[in-house]
Design a binder for this molecule. Structure first.
Ligand SMILES: *Cc1c(COP(=O)(O)O)cnc(C)c1O
Length: 459
């Protein structure tokens, strides 16, 4: 009875919408109305459950609805500060674009562009033209094309080349990437039969050779990007596989996974093959990601012999997996930087982070520590191990420096949560009971934000 009385006093949506606290909000009318409706619904269910015995006044309800509207106005996809030390953090968006690449995206995003328009001749052009020559120049490949991501590249290649026949691949390379991308299942999807050859740890050239028959359409090599088979293990050198394909008139396809254009041995990363090595070995079709070690936008890059690339471009699936103008803009700038390896190392965040020297990392950690101390927050510089991430270089970590923040009045988990649940989240790592911010993935310009976030969390 009493509940009914309270429920009747809950204001109508329109009544509340004219409240100054809400009418003054600079937010789309639909989102404010939705927030008010939800606020009133929440009140109603609190009354019904007996949790609320009297109604707050209209000012308080309007203020709460306004707060709800402001909270929901924040996009759920928004920037974070990465203090995990994982450079290609898949959950945090993989590679960060270079400044030039980001500017190139902004330049084409808001207006018209030459996406498929040839300004020289004043007629229709091709979206592939913006990248193809540059990719050929950087890698030495005969021809190239770009699709949405590497999974799409593999899908397109196997559909165009393998459909209706068999594709031979080593048992040791039956990779699963996160998100249910698995080589055997992709093959089925593409209408080709997988002919598994060799064993988990050893596959010889003769295993491929013995598997070749009238149904064979291609030989597939997959980089085991996210795992390694070590010990008593072997697979034929790429050049020998290519030679075998040549002898039988079969294309050799390689899913390179990360696909590094830079020689990473300078960063002490020794087991990541380069794209140029595969091109040089004569592989007919090579595919790799744009946003892993390349350090560009999400994309699938395909390099290879012109006759096969032409076949891919004409395939019906090509349209379904094509890239948009923003990707092309970002990729062009990223690839352009590779024409000067030193410039690539400096400008492309993935490479500059991987190449950061230990003394530089230490001084950034010491600076952050000092800034935190100035704010009355206790922290120490400690040794840490960064990861390449993105499923690359699974067997290797990179020595780094981190700042271990004392949780003060909070628990370590509480500190982690307080920093994570911010408008601009700070994502750290808990290791051996300590909250760590690995400075390899922090940029100098982010340090003031980190400092403010920690200070607020510990207040
Ligand atoms: C990462 C990866 C893929 C998928 O690439 P995306 O660009 O994420 O679609 C496919 N194959 C291998 C071997 C990989 O490492």
């Amino acid at each position: 009875m009493e509940q009914q009385g309270i429920l009747r006093k809950i204001p109508k949506v329109d009544e509340l919408l004219s409240h100054p606290a809400l009418s003054a909000l600079d937010l789309p009318a639909g989102s404010v109305r939705d927030a008010v409706r939800r606020e009133l619904e929440a009140l109603r269910s609190q009354v019904l459950s007996g949790a609320l015995e009297s109604l707050p006044d209209h000012d308080a309800i309007a203020a709460a609805a306004g707060e709800r509207a402001r909270r929901e106005a924040l996009p759920s996809l928004r920037p974070v500060i990465n203090g995990t030390g994982v450079v290609l953090h898949t959950n945090l968006g993989r590679a960060c674009l270079s400044r030039r690449a980001a500017e190139a995206v902004a330049a084409v995003a808001g207006g018209y562009s030459t996406l498929e328009y040839d300004v020289e001749r004043g007629c229709r052009g091709s979206r592939h033209s913006h990248i193809e020559d540059l990719l050929a120049l950087v890698t030495g490949a005969e021809a190239a094309m770009v699709v949405n991501n590497n999974a799409a590249a593999v899908l397109l290649i196997l559909s165009a080349i393998g459909r209706g026949g068999e594709v031979a691949a080593s048992r040791g390379e039956m990779v699963e990437i996160g998100g249910s991308f698995r080589i055997p299942e992709i093959m089925t999807q593409c209408g080709c039969a997988l002919r598994e050859v060799g064993t988990t740890n050893k596959t010889h050239l003769y295993d491929y050779e013995n598997a070749i028959g009238p149904e064979t359409k291609a030989l597939l090599r997959v980089h085991t990007s996210n795992y390694r088979i070590v010990g008593f293990s072997e697979r034929p050198p790429l050049a020998e596989l290519v030679e075998l394909g040549r002898r039988h008139g079969l294309p050799v396809i390689e899913d390179l996974g990360s696909g590094s254009l830079a020689d990473l041995t300078a960063f002490d990363i020794h087991d990541e093959p380069t794209v140029q090595q595969s091109v040089k070995a004569g592989v007919d079709l090579i595919s790799f990601s744009g946003d892993k070690l390349l350090g560009g936008p999400q994309a699938g890059l395909i390099l290879g012999k012109k006759r096969y690339i032409d076949q891919l471009k004409k395939h019906p699936l090509a349209r379904a997996v094509r890239v948009d103008k923003m990707t092309i803009a970002a990729l062009r700038e990223t690839l352009y930087a590779y024409l000067d390896p030193a410039r690539a190392r400096e400008e492309i965040p993935a490479l500059s982070m991987l190449g950061e020297s230990l003394p530089m990392l230490h001084s950034r950690a010491a600076l952050l520590c000092q800034r935190l101390a100035d704010q009355g927050c206790a922290a120490q510089v400690v040794e840490a191990e960064s990861q390449v991430g993105g499923g690359s270089c699974p067997a290797q970590t990179l020595p780094s420096w981190a700042v271990a923040v004392e949780p003060g009045r909070l628990t370590v988990d509480g500190l982690e949560e307080a920093l994570r649940r911010r408008e601009k989240p700070v994502i750290g790592r808990i290791s051996q009971g300590r909250y760590l911010l690995d400075v390899r993935t922090l940029r100098d310009e982010e340090l003031p934000d980190v400092e403010a976030a920690v200070k607020e969390a510990l207040q």
